[in-house]
Each structure stands twice: as structure tokens, then as C-alpha cells.
Design a protein around this ligand. Structure first.
Ligand SMILES: [Zn+2]
Length: 306
């Protein structure tokens, strides 16, 4: 037993990185990846509903009723003009991150693992594109959602459809406040009020918290607020998806096993005309090019024992 197992992650070692990441986290959809546009898969766009669907029967059902292809089905990836990712390995029995029920919460931006996997997290919740539900239904790529209450409250149901695919909902504040700029009391309400709303809507208390922009992640005030409100870890990121490419914190601009990747629920208004599914397809292409699978972050985290 290692009751401090979570300390084997990058706990508290991310301060400088978080500052670096502040420039991109949850801010505008700046495109740092223009040079990579040539790497886009042929077409590089989402398939029109039905027209490029794999052979699934004579009828052409509406998109929401399309039977999901089998896992690893190359036709499902072809439908989205993508090369299949390698399958993720089985979830580790001994979780590299072990969360405690009480006390200070760890802050991490990667998970220690030798598996050639990365973890995809998607923030805020502004764009609610039904095609993205179809895409995840087809591809079965796991994602973790960090939702901001006031950005999702007009359509909580959209994210229930993604939750129904096995994806977890986590806490990303009430209204996307920059937490280091507000009082400890306000920090607490930002975390606790979002925790209450997300718990009520999604049926389970969010286990993880992410501060907007990564701001304040390593401050005692925010750690205290998170402890008081229920999440048991603060999760940052190593890469931030823009429109065509990721911004990397690593100088060599390469993914590493266990990296946590940040993306956003964004649509054409924030993506220079690209859609959520186009952006996500490009994210998957960047991961595929580097030979990584996408694993489910929660499969690498042991929640506190009851
Ligand atoms: Zn955000």
C-alpha cells in the first residue's frame, strides 16, 4: 500500500508550467498551428451525415439514430476522415494517481504511466454541437469534461448525452472567474456552487476541479476552497489544442506518456470557422501521428476509499 500514491504524480511541480499555460487555457481560439495544416488528413473535415457512413444497412437513418460501429471499426474512423488510433491498453489495476478523502488536494498536469497514452479533457461547454456526440459515439474516444455551470446551464442535457457514453463530468467553476483575482470566499462559492449544480444534474459529485486558465492552481486559498467543496484533485494540462495543432509546454513539442491534453467545447465563432468536430478530428490526427492512444483519465485515478 502506498497511501501517498498521488505524490508520485507531478504534484505541486507545475507552477511555472501553469503560468506558461495561462496564455492559452480557455482563452480565445488563437491558432498557433498554421504550419501544420498540411498534415490534415485528406478532406480534413467531418463527413456529412449518412453520406459517408459505413455500410450499416440499407436505410439511411438520421445521424442521432445511427447505430454505433463496433469498437475499433476502421469504417467509423473513415467516416470522419481519420486514421484509427491504437487501442488503449487495459486500465491499470494499480492506479498511478491515488486520491485521499481529506486533506490537501494534489495538483497535476500529467499522470505517471509507461502506457503510450494521453488523456483528453474538454473545458467550459459553450459549443453544444450534436455532431460531436455522433463523433464520440462512433469513435469511442474517452474524454473528461470540465464544465462551467453558467456556460452549460442552458442545456445540461447535451452533456448528459456525452456522459451516457461513459465520460465523466468535472468542475470548472460557476462563471469562469479568474480565481486568483477574487477573495477566498468567492473562490469557495465558485467551486462549491458549481459542484452542487453539477452533482444535481449529473448524479455524481465531480471528483476533479480545474481552475479557469489554470489560474491560482497552486495557491493555498484555492486548495482550501477545493477541499471544502468536494473535488479531490486539481487537474491542469501539458498540451492545449488550438484549431489545427496543439500548443506544447515541452520544448520538443512532443507528447509524452500520461500527458493531459486540454481542448474546449468551441464552435466556428471561436475556431475561425472550423467546427467542433473538425477541431477534434485534428486533435486526434495529431495524437495518431505520434503513435499514442487516448485512455480514460478516470481509469488511472483511484478515487478516495469510501
Ligand atoms: Zn475554461
Amino acid at each position: 500500500m502506498n497511501r501517498h500514491g498521488w505524490s508520485r504524480t507531478t504534484v505541486y511541480a507545475v507552477g511555472a508550467m501553469a503560468l506558461l499555460a495561462t496564455a492559452t487555457g480557455c482563452s480565445g481560439g488563437g491558432d498557433s498551428g498554421a504550419a501544420s495544416a498540411a498534415l490534415v488528413a485528406p478532406g480534413g473535415t467531418t463527413a456529412p451525415a449518412g453520406s459517408a457512413a459505413p455500410q450499416q444497412g440499407a436505410a439511411t437513418p438520421p445521424p442521432s439514430a445511427s447505430p454505433a460501429p463496433a469498437e475499433g471499426d476502421a469504417a467509423a474512423w473513415a467516416k470522419w476522415h481519420l486514421t484509427p488510433l491504437p487501442p488503449a491498453p487495459p486500465a491499470p489495476a494499480d492506479k498511478p494517481v491515488k486520491l485521499q478523502r481529506t486533506g490537501q488536494v494534489p495538483v497535476f498536469s500529467e499522470v505517471r504511466t509507461a502506457d503510450k497514452v494521453v488523456f483528453v479533457t474538454i473545458d467550459d461547454g459553450a459549443e453544444k454541437d450534436p455532431k460531436f456526440v455522433e463523433m464520440l459515439t462512433d469513435l469511442k474516444v474517452p474524454v473528461s469534461m470540465f464544465l462551467t455551470r453558467d456556460i452549460v446551464k442552458d442545456d445540461y442535457g447535451y452533456f448528459k448525452r456525452l456522459q451516457a457514453l461513459g465520460n465523466h463530468v468535472h468542475n470548472h467553476t460557476v462563471d469562469h472567474a479568474q480565481l486568483s483575482k477574487v477573495t477566498p470566499e468567492k473562490q469557495k462559492s465558485e467551486v462549491c456552487d458549481a459542484q452542487a449544480a453539477l452533482t444535481q444534474q449529473y448524479g455524481t459529485p465531480p471528483l476533479l476541479f480545474r481552475p479557469p486558465y489554470g489560474d491560482g492552481a497552486n495557491t493555498p486559498a484555492l486548495n482550501t476552497a477545493v477541499q471544502q467543496c468536494g473535488p479531490r484533485a486539481i487537474v491542469l494540462w501539458r498540451e492545449s489544442m488550438q484549431i489545427h495543432d496543439m500548443q506544447y509546454q515541452a520544448a520538443d513539442k512532443k507528447l509524452r506518456p500520461g500527458d493531459i491534453v486540454l481542448a474546449h467545447f468551441r464552435g466556428p465563432k471561436d475556431l475561425k470557422g472550423e467546427t467542433m468536430t473538425q477541431m477534434f478530428g485534428e486533435l486526434l490526427a495529431r495524437i495518431q501521428e505520434q503513435g499514442f492512444a487516448v485512455a480514460r483519465l478516470e481509469d488511472y485515478i483511484a478515487a478516495p476509499a469510501g
